[in-house]
Design a protein around this ligand. Structure first.
Ligand code: PHE
Length: 355
C-alpha cells in the first residue's frame, strides 16, 4: 500500500510545473494534514511490533519524498533562473542606440570642419546675402566697370529693378566688404556660404560653396597669411607635413595675390596628399588691395590685411574621395548614405576631424 502511495507522490512531485505547484504537493504529502502525516498519526493505535516496522517504513517514505521534493525544487529553480537569464540577456556589443537613418551632407560636414579649425585660431563666422548688388560683389572689390575679370565670373544677373544692378554673388568676397563697412579693425572673420556662376560640367555647378577668410590689423603681413593657411591645410587634411606652394597670381582685390597648391601624388591614377613632389591647386589668396580698404572706409596707410577664398566642394572631394562634383546636388539617397556623416559625429579639433 505504501508503495502505491510512494509512486503516486513521486509522480506528483515530478509533474509539478512550478514552485507553487510543488509546494502544494509538499503540503499534500508532508503537511499537518498530509497523507504521510496522516499515516504517522495512526501509528499510536498499533502494537509495538507493528508500530516499529510501519514507523520505519513511513520514515523511509517521508525521507524519500522530502528528498524528491528538494531535488525537484532545485531543478525548477535552476530552470527558472535559466529562463530569466535568457529573457533578460543584454548584448553589450550592440550600439547604445539604433543608428539614425539621416545623414549630414558632406558639404555641411566639411564647412563645420573648416569652421572648427578657424574658430580655434580665433576667427568669427560672418554672413552676407546670396543676392548681392554690383557694388559689393565687384566695384568695392576693385573690379572697375568693364573690367574683364567681371566676365570671367559668369555672373547670373537679376532682371533690372531700378538703379541697382542685382546679381547672385559669384564669390564670398562681398562678405569681406560688408564686414569692413560694419566693423572696425582688428577684423578676423571667415564667411562660408553659397555662391553662383553660370557654368555646368564635371567640375562646375551653377551653385557651389566657398569659404572666405579676412584678417585686418595694423601689422598683418604675408607671413601671417602663409602660417594661417599652412596650419589650416595640415589640420583639415590631417597630414602633418603637407607642403604648400604659393604661386603668384592675380585677383583685383588683392595685391600681391597668390594661388596655393598642396603637395600630392598622382601615381597609378590614385591621388594621395603629402610631400610627393606633385602639386594640386586648392585656393586663392593675397594681401587686401589698398583700394578695397579705402572703398570700405578703412585707412590703408594704417591698416593692412590678408584674404583667402576656397571652394568647399573642391576640398571635400579631395578629402573624401568624391569623384564628381555634380553628385553633391543630385539628392540621391544612396549617394548620401555612402558619403554622408552620422549626425552625432560633430567635428571638433580634440577628437580629430577625419574619421
Ligand atoms: N574670390 C576669389 C574667387 O572666387 C577667391 C579669393 C578670395 C582670392 C580672397 C583671394 C582672396 O576666385
Amino acid at each position: 500500500m505504501l508503495d502505491a502511495l510512494k509512486d503516486e507522490l513521486l509522480s506528483m512531485v515530478n509533474a509539478a510545473a512550478d514552485l507553487p505547484a510543488l509546494d502544494e504537493v509538499r503540503v499534500n504529502a508532508l503537511g499537518k494534514k498530509g497523507r504521510i502525516t496522516g499515516f504517522m498519526k495512526e501509528l499510536g493505535g498499533l502494537s509495538p511490533e507493528e508500530r516499529k516496522e510501519r514507523g520505519q517504513a513511513l520514515n523511509a517514505l517521508k525521507d524519500e519524498i522530502a528528498a524528491a521534493l528538494d531535488a525537484r525544487k532545485a531543478d525548477l529553480a535552476s530552470a527558472h533562473l535559466k529562463a530569466r537569464l535568457e529573457a533578460e540577456r543584454v548584448d553589450v556589443t550592440l550600439p547604445v542606440r539604433p543608428e539614425t537613418e539621416g545623414r549630414i551632407h558632406p558639404i555641411s560636414q566639411t564647412m563645420d570642419e573648416m569652421v572648427a579649425i578657424f574658430a580655434e585660431m580665433g576667427f568669427a563666422v560672418a554672413e552676407g546675402p546670396d543676392i548681392e548688388d554690383d557694388f559689393h560683389n565687384f566695384t568695392a572689390l576693385n573690379f572697375p566697370p568693364g573690367h574683364p575679370a567681371r566676365d570671367m565670373h559668369d555672373t547670373f544677373y537679376l532682371p533690372d529693378a531700378g538703379d541697382k544692378k542685382m546679381l547672385l554673388r559669384t564669390h564670398t568676397s562681398p562678405v569681406q566688404v560688408r564686414t569692413m563697412l560694419n566693423q572696425k579693425p582688428p577684423i578676423r572673420i571667415i564667411a562660408p556660404g553659397r555662391t553662383y556662376r553660370s557654368d555646368y560640367d564635371m567640375t562646375h555647378t551653377p551653385m557651389f560653396h566657398q569659404i572666405e577668410g579676412l584678417v585686418i590689423d595694423e601689422a598683418t603681413n604675408m607671413g601671417h597669411l602663409k602660417g594661417c593657411l599652412v596650419e589650416f591645410c595640415r589640420a583639415f587634411f590631417d597630414v602633418d607635413d603637407l607642403p604648400l606652394r604659393f604661386r603668384p597670381s592675380f585677383f583685383p582685390f588683392t595685391e600681391p595675390s597668390a594661388e596655393v597648391d598642396i603637395g600630392c601624388s598622382r601615381k597609378g591614377g590614385e591621388l594621395k596628399l603629402g610631400n610627393y613632389g606633385d602639386w594640386l591647386e586648392i585656393l586663392g589668396c593675397g594681401m587686401v588691395h589698398p583700394n578695397v580698404l579705402e572703398a570700405c572706409g578703412i585707412d590703408s596707410t594704417k591698416y593692412q590685411g590678408f584674404a583667402f577664398g576656397m571652394g568647399v566642394e573642391r576640398v571635400a572631394m579631395l578629402k573624401y574621395g568624391i569623384p564628381d562634383l555634380r553628385t553633391f546636388f543630385e539628392a540621391d539617397l544612396r549617394w548620401l548614405k555612402h558619403y554622408g556623416f552620422v549626425p552625432l559625429d560633430i567635428p571638433n579639433i580634440a577628437q580629430g576631424l577625419t574619421r
